[in-house]
Design a protein around this ligand. Structure first.
Ligand code: GDP
Length: 350
């Protein structure tokens, strides 16, 4: 008790107050992207998407695809720092009776959040009954092989200089690229990266994307990644709408901090979104005035999850969103965030 503790309490209150100001300042100056810049990036992505649709319809009329569409933070007002990337979703159509999905926890790999897609009924419907049989490896639909099909097309048979000159952009496939990415220069000093993301929507609504498991091992090569992005983002937005909350702002600040600090680059939008969703289950006050308190609480929660080596996905707690980090990465992230707890402002220096 006594005088000392009161003084240190006051000091803490003052620190929090100024952190609150600095977070909003950082948000305005470094995180938020001007509307005009977002609009230009969206337009460039849309132009490319339209060209690709025309090209694929003409060149490969038999390929069973649903209409491609653009998605990602650029379209949810969750992109930060610069408007420079988007995903082009490419939904494949699979015959229901020929393919089935097996959750990762029921396989020898035992990885919740990843799935195998197995070819069924080969005895009655032999190989090549399904268009996607060409991407079958060892009886399973291989995301790697699906990506290779698109890679051949996009990097090999599309005349990007010609399309680029019509649209007045410079377009080139990024090589080498583990995902399949186009670089579009749409202004002298502005570039946009568009990833091709093949997608399967299973009968029960589960979305699986062809984004490989990060810790590449041969036995992981056939795994499809379950995507929770649409549901996560909708949940976050709905919570903010109910109480006029600052969860999305908090997410954007955390994303920018992770993007601008090399030691935090391994943290991604999905991990940060889920950490905030989990925090929202315990913490009720997300008013704009509470941004600094919630931001600090988010850092503390992340340190805790890193110590445990586990960040459960809010929608499916069996999924560990840290499962693709190495032990060393977990330690480094934990250390950096732990240090930031006593000096959070250090994260905002750019
Ligand atoms: P940001 O890239 O950090 O701004 O975050 P996003 O929220 O845009 O997430 C994009 C990342 O999520 C990409 O690496 C995607 O591979 C991955 N992802 C997983 N599911 C989806 C999905 O349904 N749509 C999109 N656009 N990306 C997804």
């Amino acid at each position: 008790g006594g005088r000392g503790s009161t003084q240190s309490d006051m000091l803490q209150v003052r620190m929090r107050l100024s952190l609150q100001d600095h977070l909003w300042e950082f948000y305005q100056n470094n995180v938020n992207i001007p509307t005009q810049e977002q609009a230009m990036a969206r337009k460039a992505a849309l132009d490319i998407c339209a060209e690709l649709r025309v090209f694929l319809h003409a060149k490969l009329p038999d390929m069973p695809l649903r209409e491609m569409y653009l998605s990602g933070s650029l379209y949810d007002d969750l992109q930060v720092v610069t408007a420079d990337h988007a995903q082009l979703m490419v939904p494949l159509i699979l015959e229901k009776n020929l393919w089935s999905s097996i959750p990762g926890e029921d396989t020898i790999m035992n990885v919740p959040g990843f799935w195998l897609v197995r070819r069924e009924n080969l005895e009655y419907f032999p190989r090549n009954s399904s268009y996607w049989d060409r991407c079958m490896v060892g009886g399973y639909l291989s995301p790697k092989s699906v990506l290779e099909v698109f890679d051949k097309l996009v990097a090999g048979s599309i005349n990007w200089p010609a399309i680029g000159s019509v649209l007045d952009y410079i377009i080139r496939p990024v090589v080498p690229s583990e995902t399949l990415t186009l670089e579009i220069q749409y202004e002298m000093d502005r570039k946009l990266y568009v990833d091709f993301l093949p997608l399967l929507v299973m009968e029960d609504g589960t979305s699986l994307i062809a984004k490989p498991h990060r810790l590449v091992a041969e036995r992981h090569e056939n795994l499809w990644r379950q995507s929770f992005r649409v549901a996560d983002t909708a949940r976050l937005r709905a919570l903010d709408q109910e109480d006029g909350g600052c969860r999305c702002t908090c997410l954007k600040v955390a994303k920018a901090v992770s993007k601008l600090n090399p030691a935090l680059n391994q943290l991604n939008a999905s991990q940060l979104t889920n950490a905030i969703l989990l925090l929202s289950e315990k913490e009720g006050d997300w008013t704009q005035e509470a941004l600094a308190d919630r931001f600090l609480q988010l850092l503390r929660a992340l340190v805790g999850h890193l110590e445990a080596g586990r960040l459960p996905c809010a929608l499916n707690p069996k999924v560990n969103l840290f499962c693709e980090l190495t032990e060393q990465e977990v330690d480094e992230l934990g250390y950096t965030l732990y240090c930031a707890l006593s000096d959070p402002e250090s994260l905002l220096r750019t």
